[in-house]
Design a protein around this ligand. Structure first.
Ligand SMILES: Nc1ncnc2c1ncn2[C@@H]1O[C@H](COP(=O)(O)OP(=O)(O)OP(=O)(O)O)[C@@H](O)[C@H]1O
Length: 274
């Protein structure tokens, strides 16, 4: 099991986690004996082929899926279900269509119970609407927003609660390149001021390197840990790490690993359809 020993306490522990889902062809194994520790303040990215089991891994930590065997511990206790300590940003816009921008962000705060004092709700909502460029749309409903704005709203809602853990599944995938880069920088900024532990699923090797302290490359389905890579850059992190020669080397190394796993998954798919 790889853990970057920062001396910080281990907050999340995947222990020998396996999951199978029933299918018409019988049980399909999606995760295979995954073990991973995540320490306080770490930013861990998960990268691997499409459909290999990454979201399932995150859903177990989110408390939405139970492992078939093994366990996931949060501060030493098995995860039993979702909770306000874990802010989740899904691939698809997780916003309520019947609530306005302002109400969507405020709703997350209400859900968080007493965790965020009521007197602070209004200023928190205003702050995150501002950060996400949504202030002029405060009273708009999601259907009147562009796809990118809806995703920014989902991100605002998750950040506003200030969860200890951020679980992000391709949060920036649907955004245009400029907005994506702005959202990456904003995330780094939020993390500088609020001590969080982050698990990010991404298909972008650059994004993983730019943001993470560790990158977990997972195999073709069933997802197993192929390798864990320590990112050699500290925080605060600035745009110019993209020009560091180590950035290019890491990118080439990770791309090669991910491509191998895509190829393995493609061979599996061909076998399945024989
Ligand atoms: N609740 C479920 N019931 C049955 N099958 C499921 C369920 N959830 C996921 N799967 C299947 O498990 C496999 C892995 O899905 P998962 O979403 O974890 O992959 P992923 O790596 O996140 O994919 P992507 O990168 O495309 O988002 C897929 O074949 C998916 O169809």
């Amino acid at each position: 099991m790889s853990t970057l020993d920062t001396g910080a306490p281990v907050r999340v522990s995947f222990r020998d986690v396996s999951v199978e889902f029933p299918t018409a062809q019988g049980p399909m194994r999606v995760l295979d004996r995954v073990s991973l520790d995540i320490r306080q303040g770490e930013f861990v990215s998960i990268i691997g082929p499409s459909g290999c089991g990454k979201t399932t891994l995150m859903n177990i930590l989110g408390g939405f899926v139970q492992p078939g065997s093994g366990e996931v511990l949060l501060d030493g206790k098995p995860v039993r279900g979702p909770g306000p300590d874990r802010g989740v940003i899904f691939q698809e816009y997780g916003v309520f269509p019947w609530l306005t921008v302002r109400q969507n962000i405020a709703f997350g705060l209400k859900l968080a119970g007493n965790h965020v004092p009521k007197a602070e709700h209004e200023s928190i909502v205003a702050r995150y609407m501002g950060l996400m460029g949504l202030r002029d749309f405060a009273d708009h409903f999601p259907k009147h927003l562009s796809g990118g704005m809806r995703q920014r709203l989902a991100i605002a809602r998750a950040y506003a609660v200030r969860p200890q853990f951020l679980l992000m599944d391709e949060p920036f995938g649907a955004l245009d390149a400029q907005t994506r880069s702005a959202m990456q920088d904003l995330l780094l900024e939020v993390l500088q001021t609020e001590d969080k532990t982050v698990m990010l699923i991404t298909h972008s090797v650059e994004e993983a390197i730019y943001l993470s302290s560790r990158i977990v490359v997972v195999t073709a389905r069933p997802a197993r840990i192929r390798t864990v890579i320590d990112v050699p850059f500290g925080y605060p992190r600035a745009e110019n790490v993209h020009e560091d020669p180590r950035f290019g080397e890491l990118r080439a190394q990770i791309r090669a690993l991910v491509m191998e796993e895509y190829a393995a998954q493609a061979r599996q798919t061909v076998r399945l359809s024989d």
